[in-house]
Design a protein around this ligand. Structure first.
Ligand SMILES: [Fe+2]
Length: 144
């Protein structure tokens, strides 16, 4: 079973996004504990539903951050989010009640979260930092 430990390198350097990713991570961890300790299918299903709802909220929150930052890759990132939601729903609806299957779903979720974080969300953070850098030097030169 995949080792679910939060590591510093999962962070992208944006306070709100990192905070929400940690909540996401803790939901996946909660799911893993349920799979390991109990085999109550209904409880597992309820947490899976919670994960779908949280993903939807988190993507909206992230899109609002991109809009506020005038992030140039907004539309492309939104379409990635739509595909991610589709993959998430498909995978969760494939849950057959078995613990082996649930473990595979836990591994999928963890990888699904991390791959998007490192491949796409990190770019948002970099773009926002570059914007801050430009503003910082513009403000400094205005004072001269
Ligand atoms: Fe994202």
């Amino acid at each position: 079973m995949v080792d679910l430990v939060w590591r510093k390198w999962f962070e992208i350097g944006h306070e709100v996004i990192d905070f929400e990713h940690k909540i996401f991570f803790s939901q996946i961890h909660k799911l893993q504990c349920l799979v390991k300790e109990s085999h109550h299918k209904d409880e597992i299903r309820r947490v899976m539903e919670e994960i779908i709802k949280y993903a939807d909220f988190h993507f909206t929150s992230e899109e609002n951050i991109m809009i506020d930052a005038a992030y140039p890759g907004l539309e492309a990132h939104k379409s990635i989010h739509r595909n991610l939601m589709r993959d998430l729903r498909e995978t969760i609806s494939s849950f057959d009640g078995g613990s082996d299957n649930a473990e595979l779903i836990v591994t999928f979720l963890f990888r699904w979260l991390l791959e998007h974080t490192i491949n796409e969300d990190l770019v948002i953070s970099k773009s926002i930092k570059e914007k801050h850098l430009r503003e910082f030097f513009r403000a400094a030169s205005d004072q001269e």
